[in-house]
Design a protein around this ligand. Structure first.
Ligand code: AKG
Ligand code: FE2
Length: 230
């Protein structure tokens, strides 16, 4: 099956229920181990527009690299295929907590980004060694942003290095979710906020994400953000 066929074949009713119920979703493994290994290899062999040394910016410790156009086929396919499903969920969320209405194709979202001066691709690959970590953050790169992003861990040889989602609940203490997704499975999570149903309707819960310290081995991950960057 092609990447697009595999994404289309995911249980989107269940994923949507996960997103609505707890704000994030985890898919069944979607990439084969061979595909994950091949993508992980791009960290050293891909074509990038920039490389960030996380310690230098006080973002944590480790390195990440933003892919340059044209994106590797697999990454372009993942971006388009996940977008088509998530745009529908995004539009329901916008009705609940306000926000933009999103076009149903990823090409149309990119046109909107380009009109807003956001032309640089945002998919990235991150590599963490022992002692490395990623500070809690949001990936907003301009006025246009899509409310979901996806992430997959491409390697299976680390300890620690859990994916952390922190919910900043209004007028309450924060809640952490700690995930250890299977290799090649995707975590779908909010870029900025999510609707939560309260006594008087929906309210916004802000989120940040990051990675706990890798205590042994190496961890390589692929992040796919749907909006482009200024
Ligand atoms: O390495 C990770 O799991 C987090 C990556 C990340 O921050 C992202 O994909 O936006
Ligand atoms: Fe991120």
């Amino acid at each position: 099956m092609t990447i697009t066929e595999r994404v289309d074949a995911l249980d989107w009713a269940d994923l949507t229920a996960q997103l609505d119920g707890r704000g994030f979703a985890v898919t069944a493994p979607l990439l084969t181990d061979g595909e994950s290994a091949e993508l992980a290899g791009l960290f050293d062999g891909g074509h990038f527009r920039s490389t960030i040394d996380m310690a230098r910016h006080r973002f944590g410790d480790g390195r990440y690299r933003y892919f340059e156009h044209p994106l590797p086929d697999t990454i372009g396919a993942l971006r388009g295929a996940f977008y088509a499903h998530l745009a529908r969920v995004a539009n329901v969320w916008s009705e609940r907590i306000g926000g933009a209405t999103f076009p149903l194709t990823h090409e149309a979202l990119l046109e909107r980004c380009h009109e807003a001066g956001q032309q640089r691709p945002t998919p990235l690959i991150l590599r963490y060694g022992e002692g490395d970590w990623n500070a809690l953050h949001q990936d907003l790169y301009g006025d246009v942003y899509f409310p979901f992003q996806i992430l997959t861990v491409l390697t299976d040889e680390h300890e620690g290095g859990e994916f952390v989602l922190l919910e900043n609940r209004p007028r309450a203490q924060s809640r952490a979710h700690v995930l250890n997704p299977l290799r090649g499975a995707f975590v779908i999570f909010p870029t900025r906020e999510r609707p939560e149903l309260g006594k008087r309707g929906y309210y916004k819960v802000g989120l940040r994400h990051g990675v706990s310290t890798v205590t042994a081995g190496h961890r390589t991950a692929l992040g796919v953000i749907f909006h482009d960057a200024r």
